[in-house]
Design a protein around this ligand. Structure first.
Ligand code: PLP
Length: 407
């Protein structure tokens, strides 16, 4: 049933490292060989062998409206006919910044990038430039892209300076990275007590989506906000996953916490390579050419990508009940999973249109919980679904994303 995919995979392996352009696509966590996709429409993916799947990844988040959603396709076509890229400012970029500011008013100034990695790397640089400090706190199991300072061995709950988690990352680069445990405010408080006056930033996924889907416990985000305020530290919410997905204003709106800086990706581009960092005017005014913190990109604010992102955000903003509908569908999927696995020890976490399932544990609220889950059962679930027309993320640590087309 996967013969064409397998042939393409073998050929790709000759020319592309591991046959894929991003590691998790290779199915290493679940075993087997990746499926090659030919096209997508609405809630479905179609592979090169003619199999169809209900898509529960949605390009790892961006396709919240489903594939080939008409108003988005029209906006992209219109821009394609006007040219792909100019390397000069366009009205679309202004309109997108205005739309972001409307949905997330704390984004007083917005700079577009092409990837979430760039957005997070740049936000950290801005926080360091603004405060004149070097150290920052990140949380074990939170992912902020593959820039050097974030790639550290994130041993959970360890109150220590981090060591690089990938060959090629110089030790010096991660010496200023402090690791804390997500949902453990005491742990963060200890770090502030020791390093408070040296801390440029705290960066986190306000809802963690890269260790399954882990929701912040009551008081956690509020406590971080307070610690940052008390110490003149920049609070960065990495909303690459959650921005425009959990609500118009993302997790910041949902939990009513205003970050100093915020990063976006995924939904903001509607499937095209757009991301952004944004935030308080005073902090963002340090960004070049207004201020001294350098940041740039040849294809940043690419007009075709901007048209796609703008049409996506406008649709989300104009629909009165889209987030409720997405949440309803997600709860229905949760109920199906709980019923199907009633005889298993299982934790199914959902928030908005994000979902994750963890076997062998009955609650998943910390990195250690998820790290101790039984991934063998997940692997079997993954392959069972793949054979039966449901495309899940090929890793138990990845969040499933629901689109409005499913439902
Ligand atoms: N931040 C978060 C929370 C993410 O989930 C990701 C990617 O999945 C990134 C940053 C990096 O974004 P990108 O893959 O676009 O570089």
């Amino acid at each position: 049933m996967f013969s064409q995919s397998q042939k393409l995979y073998e050929k790709s392996c000759q020319l592309i490292p591991g046959g894929v352009n991003s590691p998790v696509r290779a199915f290493n966590s679940v075993g087997g060989k990746p499926v090659f996709i030919d096209r997508a429409h609405g809630p479905h993916l179609f592979d090169v062998d003619g199999n169809s799947y209900i898509d529960l990844i949605n390009s790892w988040g961006p396709m919240i409206l489903g594939h080939q959603f008409d108003p988005v396709v029209e906006a992209v076509k219109e821009q394609v006919e006007k040219g792909f890229s100019y390397g000069a400012p366009t009205e679309g970029e202004y309109l997108l910044a205005r739309q972001v500011n409307k949905m997330a008013p704390w984004a007083e100034l917005t700079r577009l990038t092409s990837t979430g990695t760039e957005a997070c790397m740049s936000a950290l640089r801005v926080a360091r430039g603004y405060t004149g400090r070097q150290k920052f706190i990140k949380f074990a199991g939170n992912y902020h892209g593959h820039a050097d300072p974030f790639l550290v061995k994130a041993g959970s709950g360890v109150l220590s300076l981090a060591i690089p988690g990938s060959p090629g990352v110089p030790e010096g680069t991660t010496q200023s990275t402090l690791i804390a445990e997500y949902n453990n405010l005491e742990n963060v408080r200890d770090l502030f007590n020791e390093y408070g006056s040296e801390l440029a930033a705290v960066i986190l996924e306000p809802v963690a989506g890269n260790m399954g889907c882990i929701v912040p416990e009551e008081g956690f985000l509020e406590g971080l906000r307070q610690l940052c305020d008390d110490h003149g530290t920049v609070l960065i919410f990495d909303e690459v996953m959650t921005g425009f997905r959990l609500a118009g204003g993302g997790a910041s709106e949902m939990f009513d916490i205003t970050p100093d800086l915020v990063t976006y990706g995924k939904v903001i581009g509607g499937g095209m390579p757009i991301a952004a960092f944004a935030g308080k005017r005073e902090v963002m005014e340090t960004v070049a050419p207004l201020g001294p913190v350098y940041q740039a990109g040849t294809l940043s604010g690419n007009p075709v990508a901007v048209a796609c992102g703008l049409a996506t955000l406008k649709h989300l903003d104009d629909s009165s009940d889209i987030y409720e509908r997405l949440e309803k569908t997600t709860k229905e999927i949760k109920d199906i999973l709980l019923e199907r696995f009633a005889d298993h020890k299982v934790a199914v976490n959902t928030i908005g249109s994000m979902i994750s399932i963890h076997f062998g544990i009955d609650k998943a609220s910390h990195y250690d919980d998820v790290a101790n889950a039984d991934n063998e059962v997940f692997k079997r679930l993954f392959h069972h679904c793949l054979k039966n027309g449901i495309y899940l993320p090929p890793s138990p640590f990845e969040t499933w994303f629901i689109s409005q087309a499913i439902g």
